[in-house]
Design a binder for this molecule. Structure first.
Ligand code: F6R
Length: 621
């Protein structure tokens, strides 16, 4: 996790660094820091435990002006979140200063070796090892005759250091003797270079660059970039010099601003009519009553041969995958398995050449999802991605896939990505279905239902006021149960996850009928159960499950269709949503649960967009 920024050019660097770190705070917010080249030839380091705001305060009382610098916002892996462990870290006697995103797995051996050579460690981080290692190799290069104004001296020192590292890194490095240069390197943690007018930027993702430049170069693993104001030299560990492939970003700055909303999460929840529309735009083939995709990169023959689909993901994306399993099996009759990416990467499941693997990910950078996809690729399977972030590592490494087009999701709790993922999975179910058994009429019907979803979701959002009342009533509860069946079982899991992550209330999601095999023991008058019970094929069964909770005096909050008297008679509170067919219900029923988590978190005084211990992109194992 962690976010990196850097700049070399003519601007006042701290303004860009602090603004960029704010934009990257979703990647970690345990501490933040910057290092800036000073006119006196030294590198000023300012760092602070806590959020970027705390760093901005420190910079006000102790400014660090300059036009070359690097910055970092941390999600702690090695060593607690305090000022000392905050990045940047200093190597040698201050000749090297760097920031790092990733994990150095062999850091303890390297640390012991460097201590043996006389290097003194101040922090408990794995990163400080890299700083001293680069300083050590720089000294070696100078001893071998390298001069301090030759870029090669620094490049060789960095390359020699990287060869010794096991693990993942995105690095941005400053050298005291070269105040006009930053060296950046990537292996497993994303980095993008921004190309401006006589200036260069570096960042973990393009968001800090928005409003500064739209010309970017995504670094690949084992690439090193040497940045000065007027030059970008790119090298690959194995192949040497590369010519940078510059792409144009089409992100607009309003997409990463909160607008009139108090939080990104609320803004993103309310964007869903639009983001669902975006996920479908241009993807219907009305004449054939099917879906169409530009980027699957498989021939119709290859697609027809697929006899098994594996959906792999983490967290909320994994919940969307569970909905996808039901959708694809129902409409396409192709067997689907849903695998946690963190399990799949180390398992050895039987996979034939007729299996297609889809990695589902908002960020496109989740370390486990990436590793699972690579593992399947290694075994010769077509690897496909359902991804939101254009240009992310997974998007670039997949053989093909489908973008969500949901725009940047900044709130740490995923909301709009979930409903977009479900929408894309419904389109895939239609597509695979029409290649197999699904009739023209059934395809037409599904298209009609999907096209209505943006408007249905707009109406669903009208439940916000009744959600607020429920939140007011239950925000002090310490346990919640979320229950749903079939298509609403993954919704129950997702509702519980949303509540846990932003309000810190313990919550469990269960298939409603499973509740009596254990979780029912938790039920008492202080433990609310949230039933996701729109009218569906299993409606009566869920009503019976509600009776079981009611018999044990458990408070019931129901997410149900309008004018449902059965539910109204059993539940203490009903939040109504529009009625849609079973298979599209997750897109509707997940929305009041997103809002409920949001409102409860607000009432408990939690930081909704930046919940404790979490980060938006989980780029470590
Ligand atoms: C929960 C949440 C996480 C992510 C998970 C996967 O609200 O955001 O559970 O869903 O870390 O992230 P992506 O989809 O970026 O691979």
């Amino acid at each position: 996790m962690c976010g990196i920024v850097g700049y070399v050019g003519h601007r006042e660097v701290t303004d860009f660094l602090v603004e960029g770190l704010h934009r990257l705070e979703y990647r970690g917010y345990d501490s933040a820091g910057v290092a800036v080249m000073q006119p006196d030839g030294l590198i000023a380091v300012r760092k602070k435990a806590g959020r970027v705001e705390a760093l901005a305060g420190a910079l006000e009382s102790q400014p660090a002006g300059g036009s070359v610098g690097i910055g970092h916002t941390r999600w702690a892996t090695h060593g607690p979140a305090n000022d000392i462990n905050a990045h940047p870290h200093v190597g040698g006697q201050g000749e090297v200063v760097l920031v790092h995103n990733g994990v150095i797995e062999n850091y303890s051996q390297l640390r012991a070796q460097l201590q043996g050579l006389g290097y003194v460690f101040k922090s408990a981080t794995d990163t400080e090892v890299v700083a001293h290692l680069v300083a050590h190799h720089l000294e070696e290069q100078v001893k071998l005759g390298g001069t301090i104004d030759d870029n090669k001296t620094y490049l060789r020192a960095v390359e020699a250091s990287l060869r010794k590292l096991k693990g993942t890194y995105g690095l941005a490095i400053l050298f005291r003797e070269r105040p006009d240069m930053i060296i950046a390197a990537r292996n497993g943690s994303p980095l993008v270079v921004g190309v401006g007018d006589n200036e260069h930027y570096i960042a973990s993702d393009p968001s800090p660059l928005v409003g500064y430049t739209d010309q970017v170069v995504f670094l690949a693993d084992h690439e090193i970039a040497v940045l000065t104001a007027d030059r970008l030299d790119l090298r690959h560990r194995d192949t040497g010099r590369l010519s940078p492939s510059v792409q144009t970003l089409n992100q607009v700055s309003t997409e990463i601003e909160k607008g009139d909303f108090e939080h990104y999460m609320l803004k993103e929840i309310f964007e869903q009519p639009q983001t669902i529309e975006n996920a479908m735009r241009g993807r219907f083939d009305e004449d054939e009553a099917t879906a169409k995709f530009g980027g699957l990169n498989l021939t119709p023959q290859q697609l027809r041969r697929i006899d098994r689909i594996v959906l792999t993901a983490c967290g909320t994306s994994w919940h969307a995958a569970l909905v996808g399993e039901y959708l694809i099996e129902e409409f396409a009759r192709v067997p689907v398995e849903v695998e946690y990416a963190s399990e799949l990467r180390y398992r050895n499941p039987p996979l034939s050449d007729r299996t297609a693997v889809f990695a589902i990910t908002q960020s496109g950078e989740t370390a486990d999802t990436l590793a699972a996809m690579r593992e399947c690729k290694r075994k010769g399977l077509p690897s496909l991605a359902i991804c939101n972030t254009v240009g992310s590592t997974i998007a670039r490494e997949a053989d093909g896939g489908v973008y969500l087009h949901a725009g940047p999701e900044i709130g740490v709790a995923s909301t709009k990505a979930f409903t977009s993922q479900v929408t894309v999975l419904a389109l895939l179910a239609l597509y695979f279905g029409r290649m197999r058994h699904l009739s023209f009429q059934a395809g037409k019907r599904l298209i009609g239902h999907l096209k209505a979803m943006p408007e249905v979701v707009s109406r669903t959002l009208e439940c916000h006021e009744s959600v607020k009342e429920v939140a007011q009533r239950y925000h002090e509860a310490t346990n919640f149960l979320y229950l749903g069946r079939l298509y609403n079982f993954p919704v129950a899991l997702e509702g519980a996850l949303k509540l846990k992550e932003i309000s810190y209330i313990h919550a469990e999601g269960y298939p409603a009928a499973e509740m009596k095999h254990g979780p029912i023991a938790l039920i008492d008058e202080h433990t609310p159960s949230v039933f996701v019970v729109p009218r569906s094929g299993v409606y009566d069964k869920v009503i019976s499950n509600m009776e079981e909770i009611r018999a044990r005096k458990g408070p019931i909050i129901a997410i149900a269709c309008e004018e449902d008297d059965n539910v109204a008679a059993l539940a203490d509170h009903v939040i109504t949503v529009p009625s849609v067919d079973d298979y599209l219900q997750p897109i509707v029923t997940s929305i009041p649960l997103q809002l409920l988590a949001y409102e409860i978190a607000l009432l408990r005084g939690c930081n909704v967009d930046r919940p404790r211990n979490l980060a938006k992109s989980v780029t470590v194992e």
